[in-house]
Ligand binder design. Structure first.
Ligand SMILES: [Zn+2]
Length: 161
């Protein structure tokens, strides 16, 4: 008999119980060679109620991948969620596992992204789907997310109708 499947942490999250937008510590991975990586869940849209358009997701990914790395070397990766409701940001836990510290970096990264005139790395040679970008969509979504920064620490909302 095969081993049972090992599910990602997010598959055990009750997606009906959460209240977007939020920023959630979604996992901690101890590296065999020492050190730890933590994964942050940046949720822009309410699961199963809203989603970002793919070109917007793509441009946010490119923008934050650039602006967050410009601020700190502690960012390992930023990945779009396939459900198009948010992103995962994996970071060096030694520097960015504290909510207040991480969200300060995140807010600065978003502010810098809002000042961009072009999407970084969006030319045909730099990107695998260069046609699928929307800087307008990315800025609108990022501005809306940043506007609700005071809600980022509230992951589970009131019972919704
Ligand atoms: Zn790309």
């Amino acid at each position: 008999m095969d081993d049972p499947l090992k599910l990602p942490e997010s598959f055990t999250l009750d997606h009906d119980a959460v209240s977007a937008p939020f920023v959630r510590l979604a996992g901690r991975h101890v590296l065999a060679g020492g050190g730890e990586v933590v994964k942050w869940d940046l949720r822009f849209e309410q699961p199963n109620e809203g989603h970002l358009e793919m070109d917007t997701v793509h441009s946010i990914e490119h923008s934050l991948a650039t602006t967050l790395r410009t601020i700190t070397d502690a960012v390992v990766d930023i990945s779009p969620m396939g459900c198009q409701t948010g992103f995962y940001v994996s970071v060096d836990a030694a520097e960015l596992d504290d909510f207040d510290v991480f969200t300060e970096v995140l807010a600065r990264g978003i502010q810098t992204a809002l000042e961009l005139n072009t999407v970084p790395g969006s030319s045909r040679t730099e990107c695998g789907w260069a046609h699928s970008h929307s800087i307008e969509g990315a800025k609108e979504a990022l501005a809306g997310f940043l506007d609700k920064r005071d809600e980022w620490n509230v992951i589970y909302g009131e019972e919704r109708a």
